[in-house]
Design a protein around this ligand. Structure first.
Ligand SMILES: O=C(O)COP(=O)(O)O
Ligand SMILES: [Mg+2]
Length: 227
């Protein structure tokens, strides 16, 4: 009997995985700090704070700059008005569009699970003309939980028809948050090494690591075979 299995879902992280967005995040952060007469942060500092969503970003910024805890809500609100359409300095990593196209053509259901809020996520996907490739997009404010909690990733898999408790498929991301989330969800993790991780690649758990999206379709095929 010839059994033909449908390709399993492939879910992607966004910041530091499909897009290099830190230059825009950095510019928005410094615009807010300027209003409070705080010295600008460097690109490296801001890159080191990205990964856990906007709330954690501003907790880390406040810790580094001494901004008072009471200012948190206003800082986040002021940041979000700037962040919403901030795409000018953001770039897709090389070969991302081609790799997504290949996977979509091969029938893999594609999704996004990011800690970036949904508004800026949808804006940037539209900006790069790739929004229509994803059948589900879960943002950092879509659920009460955020990565590394498995709930958002489970929700993304469930929306693509996978079992929500024991999904089969692959997660592709760049950070420790993604690594832990994949582990908590029980799916293989493909690590993009040019993103915002702080831990050496060899100290992270992954099914495979890659630095060029041209190699991703083959890695997905291999990982999906065991997922
Ligand atoms: O916005 C963040 O802090 C991280 O976003 P990501 O989950 O797409 O890496
Ligand atoms: Mg990321």
């Amino acid at each position: 009997m010839n059994v033909c299995l449908a390709p399993r879902p492939v879910i992607f992280d966004l910041d530091g995985t499909l897009i290099d967005s830190v230059p825009d995040i950095h510019a928005c952060v410094n615009a807010v700090l300027r209003l409070h007469n705080i010295r600008p942060l460097t690109l490296d500092q801001v890159r080191g704070f990205v990964g856990g969503g906007v709330d954690l970003l501003w907790q880390k910024i406040s810790g580094a700059t001494g901004l008072p805890r009471e200012a948190h809500r206003d800082l986040v609100a002021s940041f979000m008005t700037r962040y919403h359409g901030a795409t000018n300095l953001t770039r897709l990593y090389p070969h991302v569009t081609e790799a997504l196209g290949v996977l979509a053509d091969r029938g893999y259901p594609l999704g996004i699970c990011t800690n970036k809020p949904l508004g800026p996520t949808q804006k940037v996907l539209d900006h790069f003309g790739i929004a229509q490739l994803f059948r589900v997009v879960i943002g950092g404010d879509s659920l009460p939980q955020r990565k590394p909690d498995p709930a958002p990733l489970r929700a993304a898999f469930a929306a693509l028809g996978a079992d929500s408790e024991q999904p089969r498929g692959v997660y592709v991301g760049d950070s420790e948050f993604d690594e832990e989330c994949a582990r908590n969800t029980g799916v293989p993790f493909l690590l993009f090494t040019r993103g915002y991780r702080k831990t050496p690649v060899e100290q992270m758990t992954h099914q495979a690591a890659f630095d060029d999206f041209a190699t991703l379709p083959l890695l997905v095929e291999e990982a999906a075979a065991i997922a």
